[in-house]
Design a protein around this ligand. Sequence first.
Ligand code: HEM
Length: 398
Amino acid sequence: MFRHAAGMSSLSEAFDGWIRSSFVEINTALENLYFSQDDRADVTRVGADLKQQLRDEGHVHVVALLAEGDTGDGFSNAFGVLGNVGLYLGALRRHELTNPAREEKSPFPEASSLAMHVGAALGMAPRFSTAHLAHQNFAHAGVRKSFTSLPDEILFIDENTRGILLLQLAADALAKVVPLGISSPIVDVPFAAAKHALAGVIESNTRLFAKLDVERFFYSVRPYYKPYRVGRFEYRGANAGDFSGINELDLLLGLCRANDPYYAQLLVDKMQFMPPDDQARLRECMRHTSFLDELLALSGKHARADWFRRNARGYLELCDLFGRIAAQHHDELVKRFIENPAANLGEAHQSGLTASGPPLPVLVRSLEVLRDMRLAAKRNDIATRHSDLERLRRLVEP
Ligand code: HEM
């Protein structure tokens, strides 16, 4: 399906070349200027010439591509153009050359038109998404796309991508249980593969937690993920959750339910931020009965059978790993890299902290709900699978 370089028009190839070179150099130089100030969050006082260079050089590519009006040369070309124009707009937002709070429409009409054209053609939001920087970030001679060449951004992109790929692999493995049925003697194979992948996510999160520099991430990486306007509409920022694998796991394990109002809202919201193949997978997995519901339905007659005890134990082991990943994300990554540094930030810089836009305490509470669903925590205010999972655990206790 993918065609690279050879499938690109010479104009989209030139834009891609610029995004992979001057764009990275200019952003990196600007980040180093901001970071050396007393107030690292103030991006308005320095680097006017570099910001102008970024805006003007990118504009030349955008205008040429818009005039060409041809994005039809295969999926990968259109997807690549959408990512590149999105990275350009994301950087303009980061450097405060645009800010949705003070504008009614984007001050970059040509870039907006190009993004809307390709976004609509692909069936995606007209902005860069996680896939552009993570699991569909095509490397040239060992170098993947990024905003800057700062080691902390590269670490963040790479560990995010590892986490995404491993969660996708776990979801691929568990999808193979569906046609076998949860009582099958063969589920040990997909369960083992999923277990291996989930353990890899825990390792990747642990590395990120230990190695990522808090200040560099907070001041020089995170701001590229803010919402920005395309045309008249504001689109939320990209986050590492914009791929279907995580929700496939939620739904197959049965820890979240597609008919839960909170969770359904989340699924609807993220649909347009994913590539079409991910959108299709998400729709598909909403149609299956979860393993938990299947096991509970079988428990009445078969709780003492060997196959039931073996498969239910395997299932519970996967839930434990998945819950640990959710707790790591919230209690370690979000806390250390966003909540703590935000608490030290002055009042003037509190707005625009999050990728999706709501004030940080609101976002943190909503992420907490997800953590607790995935942990099957005991909560009275939201529906979790706590009592169902406890019941299953008691049934298969040694
Ligand atoms: C420094 C590391 C990380 C930080 C600070 C972080 C923070 C966040 C924040 C703040 C959100 C909510 C975005 C918003 O709506 O504004 C989010 C969403 C999400 N992130 Fe991360 N994240 C990190 C790494 C990762 C990694 C490595 C993964 C694994 C692939 C991941 C998976 C997710 C998922 C799945 C979501 C969507 C919500 C959900 O389904 O849980 N994140 N993250």
